[in-house]
Design a protein around this ligand. Structure first.
Ligand SMILES: [Zn+2]
Length: 89
C-alpha cells in the first residue's frame, strides 16, 4: 500500500466522521457578538425614542437614564436623547 493511499483513506475517514457529527449538531451557530456578555433573546426589536426606528436589541446602542434602559439606532441618537433630556429638566 502506497503512502498516498493511506493518506486518502485517512482523509475519507475524517470526512465521514465530520459528516456524521455535523448531522447530529443541528444548533444554529451565531457569530460571536462584540460584547462578550450573555446576549438577551434574539430578534427583539426596540424602539429608538429619538427617531422612532425599530432596531434589534443586540445591535442597538444602550443607555441607562434614571434606572431605565433606552435603545438607540446610533450613537448620535443616543447623544441627542441624553442631551435633550438634560436641557428640558
Ligand atoms: Zn435613531
Amino acid at each position: 500500500m502506497s503512502p498516498l493511499r493511506i493518506i486518502i483513506l485517512a482523509l475519507l475517514c475524517y470526512i465521514l466522521y465530520r459528516l456524521l457529527f455535523s448531522g447530529k449538531k443541528k444548533g444554529k451557530e451565531f457569530p460571536r457578538s462584540a460584547s462578550g456578555k450573555a446576549a438577551p433573546p434574539q430578534d427583539v426589536l426596540v424602539e429608538d425614542p429619538v427617531c422612532h426606528t425599530y432596531v434589534p436589541q443586540k445591535q442597538a446602542i444602550r443607555a441607562v437614564k434614571e434606572g431605565k434602559a433606552y435603545y438607540f439606532c446610533s450613537e448620535k441618537c443616543c447623544q441627542t436623547f441624553l442631551a435633550d433630556k438634560g436641557e428640558k429638566q
